[in-house]
Design a protein around this ligand. Sequence first.
Ligand code: TXA
Ligand code: MG
Length: 326
Amino acid sequence: MVSVAFGSLNLVDTCLTDSPQEAAAYLRAGALVAFPTETVYGLGADAFDAEAVAAIFNAKGRPADNPLIVHIAHHDQLMLLAEGLPPNARTLIDHFFPGPITVIVKKKHGVPAVVTAGLNTVGVRMPGHPVAQAFLAACGCPVAAPSANLSGHPSPTTWRAVYDDLGGRIDCLLKGGRSVAGLESTVVDCTEAAPVLLRAGVITVEQLRAVLPALRIRAADTHDAVRSPGMRHRHYAPQGRVCLITAPREAEARSDTAYIGLSPPATAQRFGLAMHCATVEAYAHELFDFFRRCDAANLSVIYCQRTPTAGLGLALMDRLHRAAEG
Ligand code: TXA
Ligand code: MG
C-alpha cells in the first residue's frame, strides 16, 4: 500500500475488488473497507478496533459525536454488542433481520466508545444484501459502518459515488451493483418501554406498527433529539440548492436547473436534467444518484416534487427536507 502524507490524512491506493474475501482481509488487517448494502454503501472497520474506527471519522470528516451503526452477519454476534435484548428489540429482529433496519439497544461494556460516540447504546443492523452478507461473514467480526460518503454529501448508492468521495482516503472498495433501496435503514430505539422511530427509512412505519403498535415517532423535543445525535447534523445535501415543490409547473425550466418527481414535467427537455419516477420506490432509488448527477453537471437549482408521506414516502420526504435545509 503506497501512502502519501496529505494534511492529517494519508492518501492511499484504494484497492477496487469484487471479492468479499479480499475486502475482508483488508478489514481484518485494520484497514477501512467500503461495501455495498441494500440501502446505501457503508464504510466499515472492525467494530472492536478503536483505532480503525477512529480512522472512519477522519476519512469521512464526520463529527465525533455522531455514533456508527454496527453490522453483523449472524445472530450470535448480537451478544458481543448488546447488553441483553428487550422484547421490542427481539420482535424487530425476529421480523426484519436481515434487512434495512437498525435496532438501538444498551451496549456491552466492551464496545469501544468511539463507535457509539460515548453513548451507552449501540445501533445493530444485519444487512440482507448477499454481497454484504458474504463480506461480513468473511470478516468474522462486527463491522462499524456509516454511509460511505464524505460527511454532508448524499449517501452513495453506487461504487462510483463511493470512489468519487473517498477514493485515496480508504484502503479498499468492494464493488457491488447499485443499491436497490437507495435510502438508509430505519432506526428504532428499543432502550425504553415504548419503541421510538429515530430515523424513517426503508422499513416503513406501517410495517413497524404491524408488529409494534406502541411505536412512537421521534419528536423534535430535546429528549428525543439527544437520543438521535445524527439527526442534528446537516445531511444528504447536494451542492445545488434543493427546492421542494408540489407540482412540476412551479419549477423554472432552464439549462442550469433540474427536476425530479412523480409527475412528468411538461417542459422536460428544457431542464439541465429531468427525471420522472413511476413510484415512490423508484423516486427513493434514484434520488441520491440524481443529486450527484446534478452536481456533476453543475446545476444550480434542483426542484424536487413532494410526495405523500405514506409508506416509503415518509423517509423520502425526510431526506428531501434535510437536503432542502442544507
Ligand atoms: O442503511 C444504513 O443505515 C447505512 C448502511 C451503510 O447500513 N448506514 C448509515 O449510517 O446510514 P449513518 O452513519 O450514515 O447513519 C446512522 C444513523 C445516524 O443518524 C446515527 O446518529 C444513528 O444512526 N445512530 C447510530 N447509533 C446510534 C445510537 N446508539 N443511538 C442513536 N442513534 C444512533
Ligand atoms: Mg450517513
